[in-house]
Design a protein around this ligand. Structure first.
Ligand code: ADP
Ligand code: GLC
Length: 479
């Protein structure tokens, strides 16, 4: 196609093959979103067992006799309409567990090497290793792919974009790992990979990338401050003219309340009453009492970032107020335990399903009245976007992408008829309680509540706008 650009997107996760969080959703949605903009995007991911199973019929496009201690090859296949390239390297990726940790919950001890290999291969492809397909741009997601920007900076290759999905995860390793990364000695410098005496994959990538993006405008500003920058704010301030906040969209085909197999009843903004069937199903699945009062929902990793310890401390109050809460999530043992104990104490009113369950997450969006996201920081957040699309009113902390995507139901927004949810700040017990109280009060006002749901469902949460920002950035970089 004339004017078409090739982009290689490199990541450690891609939906629907391997997902631990929003990164996978974004990486899985970008190729289709960018296609109408003349971008042919392929996705390079490690050949974990689930990826290799999906690419069983893949075609080998490149091979390595020795890639960081074992043979490897790149397989190309089409999965769910996406051109995926799997880096098959059994010695690095053919393991049980999730992409980062083993079944014992500990990081794989060779993670530095596992993701250095992914980055090396990305840089090789950037320099033309495949012969028949060479990217104009390498789009590198998070620390697991960031090293490719360092590689390209030293050895040549196409323009690079590093996207920060979460600056809390930086890929820091002891300096002793450096000689095994396959990079020239010059890469270990203060302007390069060196980071407080360690090796910092993300730090190196941010210093080397031609452009940096992060997943919302507010987070792009926040990470330039010591409070949110997690040690990288100085570097990001220096690079702020090359940094862009591009808010995530969602895959509106996968997340479509009008046609969602995970729901008991599909619905539209005109048939919101059908959500009640999904609520009834949730009550059964979670073991909650049948009730038409407000039912709050949470779909999340249970971590400090997500502020769910704060929610856990409010459950006696929440139940006393007449509300119910359904959680699907796993994470830190302390937070899991707090919710499990509360679920015991408030049987039928608070319930938690402690597993990763994609279908159940759809049911919660389609049946709960609110989606609670009390994050201490949130680069973008996707669950509030799914909530908007599903008439599941978001109650969110005013931070990062949450601040950018939800319109708070304050007096002015209500008067203008544009509110889509509730925001609160700071992230502490009193303001969360206040937000839950506001949500509860408004829920009792059915016409107002319905108006908020309809507003949310009309909001554009698709990739349409943001995909163009990425496409423009690629084109600008290619020159
Ligand atoms: P993060 O990537 O920081 O975890 P996001 O809101 O961007 O936060 O994305 C989280 C993604 O993971 C969403 O697609 C959400 O639905 C999904 N998710 C989180 N926990 C679970 C779970 N226990 N079961 C199913 N999906 C989950
Ligand atoms: C990260 C962030 C989340 C964001 C996701 C996708 O996991 O924590 O806020 O939505 O990446 O960009």
């Amino acid at each position: 196609m004339p004017g078409q650009m090739n982009v290689l997107s490199v990541a450690s996760e891609v939906f629907p093959l391997v997902k631990t969080g929003g990164l996978a959703d974004v990486v899985g949605a970008l190729p289709a979103a960018l296609k109408p903009h003349g971008i042919a995007m392929r996705v390079l991911v490690p050949g974990y067992p689930a990826v290799m199973a999906a690419l069983a019929k893949g075609r080998q496009v490149h091979g390595y006799a020795d890639l960081f201690g074992g043979a490897a090859r790149i397989l190309l296949g089409v999965v769910h309409g996406m051109e995926i390239m799997a880096l098959e390297a059994a010695h690095l990726y053919d393991r049980p567990g999730n992409p980062y940790v083993g079944p014992d919950g500990r990081d794989w001890p060779d993670n530095a090497i596992r993701f250095a290999a992914l980055s090396t291969v990305a840089a090789d492809i950037g320099r033309g290793a495949l012969k028949t397909w060479t990217p104009d741009i390498l789009h590198l997601h998070d620390w697991q792919a960031a090293l490719a920007a360092v590689d390209v900076r030293h050895r040549g290759g196409p323009r690079t974009v590093v996207t920060v999905h979460n600056i809390a995860f930086q890929g820091q390793f002891p300096a002793s790992v450096f000689p095994r990364l396959g990079l020239p000695a010059a890469a270990y410098s203060i302007e390069g990979l060196e980071y407080y005496g360690n090796v910092g994959f993300l730090k190196g990538g941010l210093a080397a990338a031609d452009a940096i993006t992060t997943v919302s405008p507010t987070y792009a500003r926040e990470i330039c401050t010591p409070e949110f920058g997690m040690g990288l704010d100085g570097l990001l301030r220096a690079r702020r003219h090359n940094t862009h906040g591009i808010v995530n969209g969602i895959d509106t085909a996968i997340w479509n309340p009008a046609d969602d197999k995970a729901l008991v009843s599909s619905f539209t903004a005109r048939t919101l009453a059908k959500r009640r069937d999904n609520k009834r199903e949730m009550e059964k699945r979670f073991g909650l009492e049948k009730d038409d009062g407000i039912l709050h929902g949470v779909v999340s990793r249970l971590t400090w970032q997500k502020g769910l310890d704060i929610l856990a401390s409010q459950l006696d109050w929440l139940v006393a107020s007449g509300a119910r809460l359904a959680i699907v999530g796993t994470g830190e043992p302390g937070i899991e335990g707090a919710f499990a104990t509360a679920a015991q104490r408030h049987k039928g009113r608070v319930a938690i399903v402690m597993k990763y369950d994609e279908a159940l997450s759809h049911l919660v969006q389609g049946g709960a009245d609110t989606m609670l996201v009390p994050s201490r920081f949130e680069p973008c957040g996707l669950t509030q976007l799914y909530g908007l699309r599903y008439g599941c009113v978001p109650v969110v902390a005013r931070t990062g992408g949450l601040a950018d995507t939800v319109i708070d139901a304050n007096e002015a927004a209500l008067a203008a008829g544009v509110a889509t949810g509730f925001q609160f700040s700071p992230v502490d017990e009193p303001s969360l309680q206040n937000a839950l109280q506001r949500a509860g009060n408004m829920f009792a006002d059915a016409p107002q509540w319905t108006k908020m749901q309809v507003n949310g469902m009309a909001a554009d949460v698709s990739w349409d706008r943001s995909a163009k920002h990425y496409a423009d950035l690629y084109k600008q970089l290619k020159g």
